[in-house]
Design a binder for this molecule. Structure first.
Ligand code: PLP
Length: 462
Protein backbone atom coordinates (compact mmCIF):
# COMPACT_ATOMS: atom_id res chain seq x y z
CA UNK A 1 0.00 0.00 0.00
CA UNK A 2 2.16 2.89 -1.17
CA UNK A 3 -0.84 5.04 -2.03
CA UNK A 4 -0.49 8.57 -0.63
CA UNK A 5 -2.99 11.33 -0.20
CA UNK A 6 -0.37 13.87 0.87
CA UNK A 7 0.22 17.06 -1.07
CA UNK A 8 3.34 16.55 -3.14
CA UNK A 9 6.18 19.08 -2.98
CA UNK A 10 5.34 20.18 -6.53
CA UNK A 11 1.67 20.69 -5.62
CA UNK A 12 2.65 22.51 -2.46
CA UNK A 13 4.84 24.88 -4.43
CA UNK A 14 2.05 25.62 -6.90
CA UNK A 15 -0.70 26.07 -4.32
CA UNK A 16 1.65 27.94 -2.04
CA UNK A 17 2.28 30.51 -4.74
CA UNK A 18 -1.48 30.85 -5.21
CA UNK A 19 -1.97 31.36 -1.47
CA UNK A 20 0.73 34.01 -1.28
CA UNK A 21 -0.91 35.74 -4.24
CA UNK A 22 -4.25 35.54 -2.46
CA UNK A 23 -2.87 37.06 0.76
CA UNK A 24 -0.97 39.75 -1.15
CA UNK A 25 -4.16 40.65 -3.03
CA UNK A 26 -6.11 40.69 0.22
CA UNK A 27 -3.70 43.07 1.89
CA UNK A 28 -3.58 45.26 -1.20
CA UNK A 29 -7.36 45.67 -1.21
CA UNK A 30 -8.22 45.25 2.47
CA UNK A 31 -9.20 48.91 2.74
CA UNK A 32 -12.04 48.36 0.25
CA UNK A 33 -14.06 45.97 2.43
CA UNK A 34 -16.53 47.09 5.11
CA UNK A 35 -14.19 47.08 8.12
CA UNK A 36 -16.53 45.26 10.51
CA UNK A 37 -18.12 42.05 9.25
CA UNK A 38 -21.83 42.36 8.56
CA UNK A 39 -22.84 38.72 8.72
CA UNK A 40 -25.66 37.63 11.01
CA UNK A 41 -25.02 34.95 13.65
CA UNK A 42 -24.99 31.53 11.99
CA UNK A 43 -24.58 32.88 8.46
CA UNK A 44 -21.04 31.57 8.00
CA UNK A 45 -21.93 28.09 9.20
CA UNK A 46 -25.01 28.01 6.99
CA UNK A 47 -22.74 28.48 3.96
CA UNK A 48 -20.61 25.46 4.91
CA UNK A 49 -21.45 21.87 3.96
CA UNK A 50 -22.93 19.98 6.91
CA UNK A 51 -20.66 16.96 6.40
CA UNK A 52 -16.89 16.75 5.94
CA UNK A 53 -15.82 15.59 2.45
CA UNK A 54 -15.34 11.88 1.92
CA UNK A 55 -13.06 12.52 -1.03
CA UNK A 56 -10.34 15.16 -0.98
CA UNK A 57 -11.11 18.32 -2.93
CA UNK A 58 -8.99 20.37 -5.33
CA UNK A 59 -7.10 23.16 -3.60
CA UNK A 60 -8.71 25.76 -5.86
CA UNK A 61 -12.06 24.96 -4.21
CA UNK A 62 -10.68 26.03 -0.85
CA UNK A 63 -9.35 29.29 -2.24
CA UNK A 64 -12.72 29.98 -3.86
CA UNK A 65 -14.47 29.42 -0.53
CA UNK A 66 -12.14 31.87 1.18
CA UNK A 67 -13.70 34.55 -1.00
CA UNK A 68 -17.24 33.19 -0.90
CA UNK A 69 -17.67 32.03 2.71
CA UNK A 70 -14.87 33.37 4.87
CA UNK A 71 -14.23 36.95 3.75
CA UNK A 72 -17.80 38.15 4.39
CA UNK A 73 -17.39 36.91 7.97
CA UNK A 74 -14.10 38.70 8.53
CA UNK A 75 -13.67 41.93 10.46
CA UNK A 76 -10.70 43.48 8.74
CA UNK A 77 -8.24 44.20 11.52
CA UNK A 78 -5.61 44.89 8.85
CA UNK A 79 -7.75 47.60 7.23
CA UNK A 80 -6.33 51.11 7.38
CA UNK A 81 -9.78 52.14 8.63
CA UNK A 82 -9.53 49.89 11.69
CA UNK A 83 -9.49 52.17 14.75
CA UNK A 84 -11.20 49.79 17.21
CA UNK A 85 -9.97 48.15 20.42
CA UNK A 86 -6.19 48.08 20.13
CA UNK A 87 -4.55 47.09 16.86
CA UNK A 88 -3.63 43.52 16.05
CA UNK A 89 -0.88 44.09 13.56
CA UNK A 90 0.37 41.99 10.74
CA UNK A 91 2.96 42.79 8.11
CA UNK A 92 4.65 41.13 5.15
CA UNK A 93 7.73 39.96 7.06
CA UNK A 94 5.63 38.70 9.97
CA UNK A 95 3.32 36.69 7.72
CA UNK A 96 6.29 35.16 5.93
CA UNK A 97 7.88 34.34 9.28
CA UNK A 98 4.67 32.53 10.26
CA UNK A 99 4.81 30.60 7.01
CA UNK A 100 8.38 29.49 7.62
CA UNK A 101 7.50 28.56 11.19
CA UNK A 102 4.64 26.38 9.94
CA UNK A 103 6.89 24.96 7.25
CA UNK A 104 9.52 23.92 9.74
CA UNK A 105 6.77 22.54 11.93
CA UNK A 106 8.89 22.19 15.04
CA UNK A 107 7.75 22.04 18.62
CA UNK A 108 10.17 23.99 20.77
CA UNK A 109 9.30 22.86 24.29
CA UNK A 110 12.94 22.12 25.13
CA UNK A 111 16.21 23.55 23.88
CA UNK A 112 17.01 20.03 22.71
CA UNK A 113 13.85 19.76 20.58
CA UNK A 114 15.18 22.52 18.28
CA UNK A 115 18.06 24.57 19.67
CA UNK A 116 17.61 27.34 17.10
CA UNK A 117 14.06 28.04 18.25
CA UNK A 118 15.13 28.67 21.83
CA UNK A 119 18.31 30.55 21.03
CA UNK A 120 16.69 32.80 18.41
CA UNK A 121 13.91 33.59 20.89
CA UNK A 122 16.30 34.57 23.66
CA UNK A 123 18.30 36.58 21.17
CA UNK A 124 15.49 38.61 19.59
CA UNK A 125 14.08 39.31 23.04
CA UNK A 126 17.50 40.68 23.94
CA UNK A 127 17.32 42.83 20.81
CA UNK A 128 14.05 44.20 22.19
CA UNK A 129 15.83 45.02 25.45
CA UNK A 130 18.14 47.21 23.34
CA UNK A 131 15.42 48.60 21.09
CA UNK A 132 13.14 49.62 23.96
CA UNK A 133 15.98 50.42 26.41
CA UNK A 134 14.53 47.93 28.88
CA UNK A 135 16.32 47.23 32.19
CA UNK A 136 19.50 45.13 31.97
CA UNK A 137 18.05 42.58 34.40
CA UNK A 138 15.68 41.51 31.63
CA UNK A 139 18.55 40.57 29.29
CA UNK A 140 18.60 36.82 28.74
CA UNK A 141 15.35 36.58 30.72
CA UNK A 142 12.75 37.08 28.01
CA UNK A 143 10.24 34.59 26.65
CA UNK A 144 7.49 34.82 24.04
CA UNK A 145 4.02 34.10 25.37
CA UNK A 146 0.90 33.84 23.27
CA UNK A 147 -0.73 36.82 24.93
CA UNK A 148 -0.41 39.45 27.63
CA UNK A 149 -3.05 37.53 29.56
CA UNK A 150 -0.73 34.51 29.74
CA UNK A 151 2.21 36.71 30.72
CA UNK A 152 0.22 38.21 33.58
CA UNK A 153 -0.91 34.76 34.70
CA UNK A 154 2.69 33.47 34.68
CA UNK A 155 3.80 36.52 36.68
CA UNK A 156 1.00 35.88 39.12
CA UNK A 157 1.93 32.22 39.55
CA UNK A 158 5.55 33.20 40.19
CA UNK A 159 4.38 35.77 42.73
CA UNK A 160 2.12 33.24 44.44
CA UNK A 161 4.98 30.77 44.71
CA UNK A 162 7.50 33.34 45.93
CA UNK A 163 5.16 34.59 48.66
CA UNK A 164 5.34 31.14 50.26
CA UNK A 165 2.27 31.51 52.49
CA UNK A 166 -1.19 29.92 52.27
CA UNK A 167 -3.10 31.24 49.28
CA UNK A 168 -5.99 32.52 51.36
CA UNK A 169 -3.71 35.13 52.95
CA UNK A 170 -2.49 36.58 49.65
CA UNK A 171 -3.64 39.95 48.39
CA UNK A 172 -3.18 41.57 44.99
CA UNK A 173 -3.50 45.12 43.68
CA UNK A 174 -4.24 46.65 40.33
CA UNK A 175 -5.98 49.83 39.28
CA UNK A 176 -9.67 50.16 38.53
CA UNK A 177 -8.57 50.65 34.91
CA UNK A 178 -6.44 47.50 34.61
CA UNK A 179 -7.20 44.98 31.90
CA UNK A 180 -9.64 42.23 32.83
CA UNK A 181 -6.85 39.66 32.34
CA UNK A 182 -5.50 40.52 35.81
CA UNK A 183 -8.78 39.53 37.44
CA UNK A 184 -9.06 36.48 35.20
CA UNK A 185 -5.51 35.38 36.07
CA UNK A 186 -6.21 35.88 39.76
CA UNK A 187 -9.18 33.54 39.51
CA UNK A 188 -7.32 30.97 37.43
CA UNK A 189 -4.57 30.99 40.06
CA UNK A 190 -7.19 29.89 42.58
CA UNK A 191 -6.94 33.06 44.62
CA UNK A 192 -9.79 34.72 46.43
CA UNK A 193 -11.27 37.46 44.25
CA UNK A 194 -12.20 39.36 47.39
CA UNK A 195 -8.45 39.74 47.96
CA UNK A 196 -7.76 41.49 44.66
CA UNK A 197 -7.86 45.20 45.42
CA UNK A 198 -8.90 47.77 42.84
CA UNK A 199 -6.70 50.78 43.41
CA UNK A 200 -8.34 54.17 42.70
CA UNK A 201 -7.00 56.32 39.86
CA UNK A 202 -6.21 60.01 39.42
CA UNK A 203 -7.66 62.48 36.90
CA UNK A 204 -5.65 60.88 34.08
CA UNK A 205 -6.98 57.42 35.03
CA UNK A 206 -3.54 56.36 36.26
CA UNK A 207 -3.09 54.38 39.47
CA UNK A 208 -2.70 56.51 42.61
CA UNK A 209 0.41 55.35 44.51
CA UNK A 210 -0.88 56.95 47.74
CA UNK A 211 -4.08 54.91 47.48
CA UNK A 212 -2.03 51.78 46.76
CA UNK A 213 0.12 52.49 49.82
CA UNK A 214 -2.99 52.84 52.00
CA UNK A 215 -4.46 49.54 50.77
CA UNK A 216 -1.15 47.74 51.31
CA UNK A 217 -0.85 49.08 54.84
CA UNK A 218 -4.44 48.12 55.62
CA UNK A 219 -3.88 44.54 54.48
CA UNK A 220 -0.61 44.15 56.36
CA UNK A 221 -2.27 45.48 59.51
CA UNK A 222 -4.99 42.85 59.05
CA UNK A 223 -2.39 40.06 58.85
CA UNK A 224 -2.65 39.51 55.11
CA UNK A 225 0.33 39.16 52.72
CA UNK A 226 0.55 41.52 49.73
CA UNK A 227 1.90 39.31 46.97
CA UNK A 228 1.22 40.93 43.61
CA UNK A 229 0.88 44.40 42.16
CA UNK A 230 0.10 44.88 38.49
CA UNK A 231 0.72 48.31 37.02
CA UNK A 232 -0.42 49.20 33.52
CA UNK A 233 1.50 51.23 30.98
CA UNK A 234 -1.24 52.21 28.57
CA UNK A 235 -4.61 51.10 29.92
CA UNK A 236 -7.13 49.62 27.52
CA UNK A 237 -9.85 52.18 28.08
CA UNK A 238 -7.84 55.39 27.90
CA UNK A 239 -4.12 54.61 27.54
CA UNK A 240 -3.39 55.83 31.07
CA UNK A 241 0.17 55.25 32.21
CA UNK A 242 0.54 54.16 35.83
CA UNK A 243 3.59 55.83 37.45
CA UNK A 244 5.76 52.72 37.71
CA UNK A 245 8.52 54.32 39.80
CA UNK A 246 6.11 55.64 42.43
CA UNK A 247 4.13 52.39 42.39
CA UNK A 248 7.36 50.45 42.92
CA UNK A 249 8.37 52.72 45.77
CA UNK A 250 5.33 51.70 47.78
CA UNK A 251 5.35 48.07 46.59
CA UNK A 252 8.94 46.98 47.19
CA UNK A 253 8.99 47.49 51.00
CA UNK A 254 6.27 44.80 51.14
CA UNK A 255 8.29 42.43 48.91
CA UNK A 256 5.24 42.02 46.68
CA UNK A 257 5.84 41.05 43.05
CA UNK A 258 5.53 44.03 40.70
CA UNK A 259 4.32 43.21 37.20
CA UNK A 260 4.06 45.86 34.49
CA UNK A 261 1.57 45.30 31.68
CA UNK A 262 2.41 47.47 28.65
CA UNK A 263 0.51 45.30 26.19
CA UNK A 264 -0.13 47.93 23.54
CA UNK A 265 1.95 50.91 24.56
CA UNK A 266 5.30 49.24 25.27
CA UNK A 267 6.20 49.43 21.58
CA UNK A 268 6.32 53.22 21.86
CA UNK A 269 9.62 52.89 23.71
CA UNK A 270 11.41 52.25 20.41
CA UNK A 271 11.35 56.06 20.28
CA UNK A 272 13.53 57.71 22.93
CA UNK A 273 11.02 60.53 23.40
CA UNK A 274 8.39 58.03 24.62
CA UNK A 275 10.60 56.06 27.01
CA UNK A 276 9.23 58.02 29.96
CA UNK A 277 6.38 55.50 29.99
CA UNK A 278 8.82 52.93 31.41
CA UNK A 279 10.33 55.15 34.08
CA UNK A 280 11.03 52.93 37.10
CA UNK A 281 10.77 49.66 35.17
CA UNK A 282 14.11 48.53 36.60
CA UNK A 283 12.24 48.14 39.91
CA UNK A 284 9.72 45.68 38.43
CA UNK A 285 9.85 41.89 38.76
CA UNK A 286 8.25 41.31 35.39
CA UNK A 287 7.09 43.14 32.31
CA UNK A 288 5.23 42.39 29.12
CA UNK A 289 4.22 44.04 25.88
CA UNK A 290 2.67 42.70 22.70
CA UNK A 291 4.59 43.01 19.43
CA UNK A 292 1.34 41.64 18.00
CA UNK A 293 -0.41 44.82 18.97
CA UNK A 294 1.71 47.68 17.65
CA UNK A 295 5.00 46.20 16.43
CA UNK A 296 3.76 44.88 13.08
CA UNK A 297 4.09 41.26 14.20
CA UNK A 298 1.18 38.93 13.51
CA UNK A 299 -0.83 37.52 16.40
CA UNK A 300 0.29 35.82 18.61
CA UNK A 301 3.40 37.35 20.11
CA UNK A 302 3.77 38.74 23.62
CA UNK A 303 7.25 39.56 24.91
CA UNK A 304 7.46 38.71 28.61
CA UNK A 305 10.47 39.42 30.83
CA UNK A 306 11.37 38.55 34.38
CA UNK A 307 14.17 40.03 36.46
CA UNK A 308 14.78 36.71 38.23
CA UNK A 309 14.12 33.70 36.04
CA UNK A 310 14.33 31.26 38.95
CA UNK A 311 11.24 32.82 40.49
CA UNK A 312 9.32 31.94 37.33
CA UNK A 313 10.70 28.47 36.72
CA UNK A 314 10.31 27.54 40.39
CA UNK A 315 6.60 28.06 39.89
CA UNK A 316 6.26 26.36 36.51
CA UNK A 317 8.86 23.60 36.24
CA UNK A 318 7.96 19.96 36.66
CA UNK A 319 10.30 17.45 35.00
CA UNK A 320 8.83 14.09 34.04
CA UNK A 321 11.26 11.33 33.14
CA UNK A 322 10.37 11.33 29.44
CA UNK A 323 11.55 14.92 29.02
CA UNK A 324 14.92 14.46 30.75
CA UNK A 325 17.92 15.06 28.48
CA UNK A 326 21.62 15.88 28.90
CA UNK A 327 21.34 19.49 27.72
CA UNK A 328 18.64 20.29 30.27
CA UNK A 329 20.48 18.47 33.05
CA UNK A 330 23.65 20.44 32.28
CA UNK A 331 21.87 23.67 33.21
CA UNK A 332 23.52 25.36 30.23
CA UNK A 333 20.33 25.85 28.23
CA UNK A 334 16.91 27.42 28.56
CA UNK A 335 13.91 25.11 28.33
CA UNK A 336 11.06 27.47 27.62
CA UNK A 337 8.44 24.91 28.62
CA UNK A 338 9.34 25.96 32.18
CA UNK A 339 8.49 29.59 31.42
CA UNK A 340 4.87 29.15 30.30
CA UNK A 341 1.63 27.26 31.02
CA UNK A 342 1.55 24.70 28.18
CA UNK A 343 4.30 22.25 27.38
CA UNK A 344 4.42 22.66 23.61
CA UNK A 345 5.33 25.87 21.86
CA UNK A 346 5.45 27.32 18.38
CA UNK A 347 8.50 28.92 16.77
CA UNK A 348 7.15 32.44 17.18
CA UNK A 349 10.55 34.12 17.32
CA UNK A 350 10.93 33.72 13.56
CA UNK A 351 8.24 36.23 12.68
CA UNK A 352 9.58 38.73 15.21
CA UNK A 353 13.08 38.24 13.83
CA UNK A 354 11.85 38.88 10.30
CA UNK A 355 9.98 42.00 11.43
CA UNK A 356 12.94 43.47 13.31
CA UNK A 357 15.26 42.82 10.38
CA UNK A 358 12.83 44.11 7.76
CA UNK A 359 11.92 47.38 9.48
CA UNK A 360 15.09 48.00 11.43
CA UNK A 361 14.87 50.29 14.46
CA UNK A 362 14.48 53.20 12.05
CA UNK A 363 11.41 51.75 10.37
CA UNK A 364 9.71 50.91 13.66
CA UNK A 365 10.38 54.40 15.02
CA UNK A 366 9.04 55.98 11.84
CA UNK A 367 5.68 54.23 11.96
CA UNK A 368 5.20 54.55 15.71
CA UNK A 369 5.94 58.28 15.53
CA UNK A 370 3.57 58.66 12.63
CA UNK A 371 0.71 56.98 14.53
CA UNK A 372 1.32 59.10 17.63
CA UNK A 373 1.47 62.29 15.59
CA UNK A 374 -1.73 61.45 13.72
CA UNK A 375 -3.57 60.62 16.95
CA UNK A 376 -2.45 63.80 18.62
CA UNK A 377 -3.39 65.94 15.62
CA UNK A 378 -6.83 64.36 15.62
CA UNK A 379 -7.17 65.07 19.35
CA UNK A 380 -6.16 68.71 18.83
CA UNK A 381 -8.75 69.07 16.05
CA UNK A 382 -11.47 67.55 18.24
CA UNK A 383 -10.50 69.70 21.22
CA UNK A 384 -10.80 72.86 19.13
CA UNK A 385 -14.35 72.01 18.04
CA UNK A 386 -17.09 72.83 20.59
CA UNK A 387 -19.14 69.84 19.43
CA UNK A 388 -16.64 67.50 21.09
CA UNK A 389 -14.86 66.91 24.38
CA UNK A 390 -11.49 65.17 24.42
CA UNK A 391 -11.70 63.17 27.62
CA UNK A 392 -7.96 62.81 28.33
CA UNK A 393 -4.91 64.26 26.62
CA UNK A 394 -3.67 61.30 24.61
CA UNK A 395 -0.27 60.27 25.94
CA UNK A 396 0.37 58.26 22.76
CA UNK A 397 -1.84 56.94 19.97
CA UNK A 398 -5.29 56.52 21.53
CA UNK A 399 -7.81 59.35 21.30
CA UNK A 400 -10.78 59.28 23.69
CA UNK A 401 -13.55 61.75 22.97
CA UNK A 402 -17.27 62.20 23.29
CA UNK A 403 -20.00 64.33 21.83
CA UNK A 404 -20.59 67.42 23.94
CA UNK A 405 -24.35 66.81 23.66
CA UNK A 406 -24.04 63.66 25.81
CA UNK A 407 -24.08 59.88 25.67
CA UNK A 408 -26.94 59.53 23.20
CA UNK A 409 -25.24 61.87 20.74
CA UNK A 410 -21.93 59.99 21.22
CA UNK A 411 -23.64 56.67 20.54
CA UNK A 412 -25.39 58.06 17.45
CA UNK A 413 -22.09 59.39 16.14
CA UNK A 414 -20.31 56.09 16.79
CA UNK A 415 -23.07 54.13 15.07
CA UNK A 416 -23.06 56.45 12.07
CA UNK A 417 -19.28 56.18 11.69
CA UNK A 418 -19.34 52.39 11.87
CA UNK A 419 -22.33 52.16 9.52
CA UNK A 420 -20.21 53.65 6.73
CA UNK A 421 -18.10 50.50 6.73
CA UNK A 422 -15.16 52.75 5.95
CA UNK A 423 -13.95 52.92 9.54
CA UNK A 424 -14.43 50.88 12.68
CA UNK A 425 -14.27 52.38 16.17
CA UNK A 426 -15.18 51.02 19.59
CA UNK A 427 -16.25 52.61 22.84
CA UNK A 428 -15.58 52.56 26.55
CA UNK A 429 -16.98 54.24 29.64
CA UNK A 430 -14.95 56.70 31.67
CA UNK A 431 -16.38 58.50 34.72
CA UNK A 432 -19.64 56.76 33.75
CA UNK A 433 -19.84 58.58 30.43
CA UNK A 434 -19.79 56.95 27.02
CA UNK A 435 -16.49 57.57 25.29
CA UNK A 436 -15.53 56.94 21.66
CA UNK A 437 -12.04 55.49 21.29
CA UNK A 438 -9.87 56.09 18.23
CA UNK A 439 -6.94 53.72 18.34
CA UNK A 440 -4.44 54.76 15.67
CA UNK A 441 -2.08 51.85 15.17
CA UNK A 442 -3.05 49.50 12.36
CA UNK A 443 -0.11 48.69 10.10
CA UNK A 444 -1.67 50.29 7.04
CA UNK A 445 -3.12 53.36 8.77
CA UNK A 446 -1.49 56.50 7.35
CA UNK A 447 -2.28 60.22 7.33
CA UNK A 448 -4.92 60.00 4.59
CA UNK A 449 -6.92 57.47 6.59
CA UNK A 450 -6.97 59.53 9.78
CA UNK A 451 -7.91 62.60 7.75
CA UNK A 452 -10.75 60.65 6.21
CA UNK A 453 -11.93 59.63 9.67
CA UNK A 454 -11.81 63.28 10.69
CA UNK A 455 -13.99 64.21 7.70
CA UNK A 456 -16.50 61.51 8.64
CA UNK A 457 -16.62 62.69 12.26
CA UNK A 458 -17.18 66.22 11.01
CA UNK A 459 -19.97 65.06 8.70
CA UNK A 460 -21.88 62.93 11.20
CA UNK A 461 -21.45 64.97 14.37
CA UNK A 462 -24.39 67.22 13.49
N1 PLP B 1 -3.39 44.26 28.88
C1 PLP B 1 -3.78 45.38 28.25
C2 PLP B 1 -3.40 46.71 28.80
C3 PLP B 1 -4.53 45.28 27.08
O1 PLP B 1 -4.94 46.39 26.46
C4 PLP B 1 -4.87 44.01 26.59
C5 PLP B 1 -5.67 43.87 25.35
O2 PLP B 1 -6.04 44.80 24.71
C6 PLP B 1 -4.44 42.89 27.29
C7 PLP B 1 -3.70 43.05 28.43
C8 PLP B 1 -4.76 41.50 26.84
O3 PLP B 1 -4.02 41.20 25.71
P1 PLP B 1 -3.92 39.70 25.17
O4 PLP B 1 -5.00 39.57 24.15
O5 PLP B 1 -2.55 39.66 24.55
O6 PLP B 1 -4.08 38.79 26.30
Amino acid sequence: MDESFHMSPAEFRRHGHAVVDWVAGYLEHVGEYPVASRVAPGEVRAALPPEPPEQGEPFAAMLADLDRVILPGITHWQSPGFFGFFPCNGSGPAILGELVSAGLGIQGMLWATSPAATELETHVLDWLVDLLALPEAFRGNGVIQDSASSATLCALLAARQRAGVPYAALTGYTSTQAHSSVEKGWQIAGLDLANLRQVPVDGTYAMRPDALAALLAEDVAAGRTPAFVSATVGTTSSNAVDPVRAVAAVTTPHRAWLHVDAAMSGTAAVCPEFRWIHDGLELADSYCFNPHKWMFTSFDCDAFYVADRAALTNALSIVPEYLRNPASESGAVIDYRDWQIPLGRRFRALKLWFVLRHYGAEGLRHHVREHVTLAQELAAWLAADPRFEVVVDPPLNLVCFRHAAGDDASQTLLDALNATGEVFLTHTRLADRLVIRVSVGATQTRRAHVEHLRALIDRFAG
